[in-house]
Design a protein around this ligand. Structure first.
Ligand code: GLY
Ligand code: MN
Ligand code: MN
Length: 493
């Protein structure tokens, strides 16, 4: 879309008198065709659309509790958590915006350029302020002449509306960088999201102290609160419907390519949620042995397997991460079923090891043991015992990856948590993780019989640790081979 009246995005203004200056004069000559009469005409005749008495967003109490915990961890310090900015895709078009996980977790907001600041109030802890772009100025033409004007990108909340919705006092973000540059006292910032905020803080922060903040916010998300658990349930339920959509349209994928599967699942993700939580892996036939196959441009052939690893991200940015390996024609061949059953058994052993008090590593070890046993039983590891295989890690030629990871707002959630809190940690109620063993026989692997080559199987579910064990959030999708076949037969009609 282009239009000769549309200017380049004006530089950000920080001075109030500049912000009030008419844009068409300020940019001197960039707005041909905007007569004084038109500029004057566009200023008025617009209804007052301010919304009043807005109810807080459903997670407002939870975000307040998360901010209180953050405040207690960093007393006396100013904390700066940016949402991030739009990223250019090409020329004047941008990628879809996805707010930083840290910002959305602490505010429930997802507005580009937003920044949460926790200002120390000494003994009392912190005062939170959310900095946002306010509604567009109509007096200076910003609302229709600026690329980020509301006439182009849609109405924003007024700062007063945002305060009511989020339960956080709101201010104009255009004032923030200058204020931060002048501020004194200890400060930490979550890096990697907003270069202009980082530039304003450049001589006040250190990488090491900023990293401590990022690590804290990663570890804070290890145990999910009630809102987060309900979001993960929602994500898993929508994902199950997306998998059903795919099965129902497998004939169309056979007539086209893996792209049909990708598009089918994406449609569900956009209808029920915000997006997919990560690039869908729609891997048919030998592509299933490529762990992150996201090109999705291959043929879908009856008689082969489809490994589909996909997750819906909810509108509040929690994602599922689910894999099913499906016989494209609806029935596993004997060899496909043998390999599938081995992975299923490994997953069962892994899921059984997920409980409060267990080590995070336990479910991985349990799954790997089953897979090693199968590989030895099938004669793929010569005369070696299972114990020797596990000691040397030789099963990994075909199991390839860790058996799971934390899940939440990020598909690989809590990724910068310290080893002692995550990989070497102990599970507790509220932790949510994936259990996803797999076996992958590469098409060019000469160490396995020819008929194994090009077969890849993964089964992945999202498991919540409960008080007395665990709950499989993605159990709306069948896992056992016979149940998978019956489910596919029903859906394919
Ligand atoms: N979808 C990526 C993973 O399973 O970790
Ligand atoms: Mn996955
Ligand atoms: Mn996963």
């Amino acid at each position: 879309m282009s239009e000769e009246l549309i200017p380049e995005t004006p530089e950000q203004e920080t001075e109030e008198n500049e912000a009030a200056e008419p844009i068409k004069q300020r940019k001197n000559g960039l707005y041909p065709g905007v007569s004084d009469e038109l500029a004057e005409n566009m200023k008025s005749g617009w209804a007052d659309t301010e919304l009043h008495d807005l109810a807080p967003i459903p997670q407002a109490e939870h975000t307040a509790a998360r901010r209180a915990a953050l405040s207690a961890r960093f007393p006396g310090e100013r904390l700066v958590i940016p949402a991030g900015n739009l990223k250019t895709r090409s020329n004047d078009t941008e990628y879809a915006f996805r707010a930083s996980t840290e910002y959305a977790y602490l505010t429930g907001d997802q507005t580009q350029d937003g920044v949460l600041v926790l200002e120390s109030t000494g003994e009392q802890g912190h005062q939170a302020t959310i900095y946002l772009l306010p509604r567009s100025n109509r007096e200076n033409g910003e609302f229709w002449l600026d690329g980020q004007g509301e006439l182009w990108v849609g109405r924003r909340h007024s700062l007063t509306e945002a305060e009511q919705l989020l339960g956080i006092p709101a201010k104009d973000v255009r004032e923030l960088a200058a204020a931060l540059a002048e501020a004194t006292g200890p400060v930490r910032c979550v890096r990697g999201h907003d270069a202009s905020i980082e530039a304003a803080l450049t001589d006040k922060v250190t990488a090491e102290r900023d990293e401590e903040l990022r690590v804290y916010l990663s570890e804070a998300r290890l145990v999910k609160d009630a809102f987060e658990i309900s979001e993960l349930e929602k994500a898993c339920d929508a994902t199950a419907r997306g998998f059903e959509d795919v099965v129902k349209s497998l004939d169309k994928a056979e007539a086209t390519s893996e792209r049909f599967i990708e598009g089918t699942f994406f449609l569900r993700a956009r209808i029920e949620g915000n997006d997919i939580g990560y690039g869908s892996i729609c891997a048919a036939g030998p592509h299933a042995t490529t762990l992150h196959w996201v090109r999705n441009d291959g043929a879908v052939r009856p008689g082969e397997l489809l490994l589909l690893d996909a997750g819906v991200e909810t509108n509040d940015l929690y994602t599922a991460d689910v894999t099913r390996t499906l016989p494209i024609n609806g029935t596993f061949s004997p060899l496909q079923r043998k390999i599938y059953d081995a992975v299923y058994e490994a997953q069962e052993a892994g899921i059984a090891a997920v409980k409060p008090g267990a080590a995070f590593r336990d479910f991985h070890d349990a799954s790997q043991r089953v897979l090693a046993e199968k590989l030895v039983e099938w004669g793929l590891l010569g005369d070696l015992t299972v114990e020797k295989v596990l000691e040397l890690g030789l099963q990994r030629r075909w199991t390839l990856h860790g058996t799971g990871h934390m899940l939440g707002m990020d598909v690989h959630d809590c990724a910068v948590a310290r080893t002692e809190a995550y990989v070497d940690g102990i599970l507790e109620p509220g932790v949510c993780l994936t259990v996803e063993p797999g076996l992958y026989f590469q098409a060019d692997d000469l160490t396995v019989p020819e008929e194994y080559r090009g077969i890849g199987v993964r089964i992945e579910d999202d498991i919540l640790v409960t008080e007395d064990g665990n709950r499989n959030l993605s159990d709306k999708l069948p896992r056992r081979a016979d149940e998978v076949e019956a489910w596919m037969a029903r859906l394919k009609g």
